[in-house]
Design a binder for this molecule. Structure first.
Ligand code: G3I
Length: 452
């Protein structure tokens, strides 16, 4: 067993204090090489969540942009590339290339991908608004099937319907509403479920971040869908804030009331205008609210550097226009339990990785009175590992109740964990992580690792 430094262990104990069963949902993609707490994505992953950014394919050629994205984030939403006017500009002619530029990179790094968006009144291709009801119905179904089918099995969550309500809680008079009537949202969700049964299906909107007429209308719709078995898995809260529209005082309570309906909640387009400590403390409030709601599975900020924000003059993002980390960045990282301190040696110099194709495993356990979270790091030796099995013997009385990023043979005694699809391949000297949560006392375990 590799002995970890005390500094690292202490930090991890803090980081993993609230890691929970949500990570078992598959939402989390761990950055294989980053220290668990030194980037936004790794710190969020340690809390069982993703931390994503809206990315624009037009900026990918800028090295600092792409480097910042892939280093700091473990999730992505294409900012405009999946919208109807780009992806189906002419009827039944699909243009997937711009979005593929983003999703291909994201998949190679096991990022969590959000699909945005299938049915929206804005950025709609011109040909759609001229259709009669029958043709519009067919076109909407065909669009959902075509777009979701292209990335079937690859998208964590889709914004199936976006911004369908007015501020007063009535339905927005979009072409879909006017020609298809109230049932179009339900039809879209039913079509989406059939198109990709593994994707989480979200309703997404803005100004729904506190309790108000609009969020109440969305709440009533979700409640109705759940009671009638209409497939809906999540609600996205865009969370665009500024001084005229600040983070509401009941932000967390509002997330929680939706979660209590039996859906996940996600912060989907976060940006907060401002600067310095005021901006930083507002970001902290949002992150803390998500961490306090167990069904809040992830946060996406709506852009990377301020200069590319849709409202750049309000400097609402975590990186300045030169990619410098703003106070808001540090606040978010700290709120997630991360730290900008230099990462600890991993593995320590006196414990070099094993030779050949072998692997090593270390466990960091956060133990509380009657439960624990174990985080296991699998490190490849000097050769490539293409699959791994970690064996851990739990103390008597310890029972695993959930886990993430590994398959598991049982819940008590000697338990074998094997890689899942995305984390079996580990390059020489690199690491991946998985975890488990349980009841009883789970500390003082000695893992062994076998590579295949
Ligand atoms: O690509 C063209 C470029 O060729 C042209 O020269 C330029 C001239 O204006 O326009 C470019 O397209 C712009 C596009 O962003 C890409 O930059 C559009 O004009 C502009 O309208 C579009 O804005 C997007 C906006 O949605 C449209 O509603 C923003 O990038 C995007 O961040 C924003 O995202 C929305 C979410 O989808 C839904 N929630 C609100 C959020 C913010 O508005």
């Amino acid at each position: 067993m590799v002995i970890r430094s005390l500094r690292s262990t202490a930090r991890k104990a803090l980081v993993f204090a609230a890691a929970g069963a949500l990570a078992a949902s598959g939402a989390v993609a761990l950055a294989g090489t980053a220290d668990a707490a030194s980037t936004l994505g790794a710190a969020a992953a340690a809390r069982g969540r993703y931390f994503g950014a809206a990315v624009s394919s037009g900026h990918l050629g800028e090295a600092q942009y792409t480097n910042t994205w892939v280093t700091e984030f473990n999730g992505v939403t294409p900012e405009n590339e999946m919208k109807w006017d780009t992806i189906e500009p002419n009827r039944n002619q699909f243009n997937f290339a711009p979005a593929d530029q983003i999703t291909t990179q994201a998949r190679s790094r096991s990022m969590t991908i959000r699909g945005h968006t299938l049915v929206w009144h804005s950025q709609l291709a011109g040909w759609v608004s001229g259709l009669d009801a029958t043709n519009l119905q067919t076109a909407m179904t065909n669009h959902i099937n075509g777009v979701m089918g292209h990335w079937k099995g690859q998208i964590y969550a889709w914004d199936v319907v976006n911004e369908a309500f007015e501020e007063n809680g009535t339905r927005r008079q979009s072409v879909f509403q006017q020609k298809l009537g109230n049932g179009y949202i339900e039809q879209a969700f039913r079509t989406a479920r059939a198109a990709d049964p593994n994707a989480k299906l979200c309703y997404n909107d803005y100004n729904t971040d506190g309790q108000n007429a609009k969020s109440n209308a969305v709440f009533a719709m979700v409640q109705d869908f759940k009671s009638r078995g209409v497939p809906i898995d999540c609600v996205g809260f865009q969370s665009h804030f500024n001084s005229a529209s600040p983070v509401p005082s009941d932000y967390q309570a509002n997330l929680q009331r939706f979660a209590n309906l039996g859906v996940d909640v996600q912060i989907t387009e976060l940006d907060i205008e401002g600067s310095g400590t005021t901006q930083a403390s507002n970001y902290t409030r949002v992150v803390n609210a998500c961490l306090a709601v167990s069904r809040c599975t992830g946060i996406t900020v709506w852009g990377i550097p301020d200069k590319y924000s849709w409202r750049a003059s309000g400097t609402p993002l975590l990186f300045d226009s030169n990619y410098g980390k703003k106070p808001a960045y540090t606040a978010v990282l700290n709120a997630l339990g991360g730290s900008s301190d230099p990462p600890p040696d991993n593995p320590p110099p006196d414990n070099p990785p094993p030779a050949g194709g072998a692997c090593a495993a270390t466990v960091t356990t956060n133990q509380w009175q009657d439960g624990f979270v174990g985080t296991v790091r699998v490190t490849a030796g000097t050769g490539q590992v293409n699959g791994w099995t970690v064996t851990i013997t739990l103390p008597a009385g310890a029972t695993i109740t959930s886990g993430w990023n590994a398959n598991r043979s049982g819940n008590t005694g000697t338990v074998q964990f094997t890689n899942v699809g995305f984390n079996g391949a580990v390059a020489p000297g690199q690491s991946v992580e998985f975890g488990y949560q349980g009841t009883g006392t789970g500390s003082d375990v000695t893992p062994s690792c076998a590579a295949s």
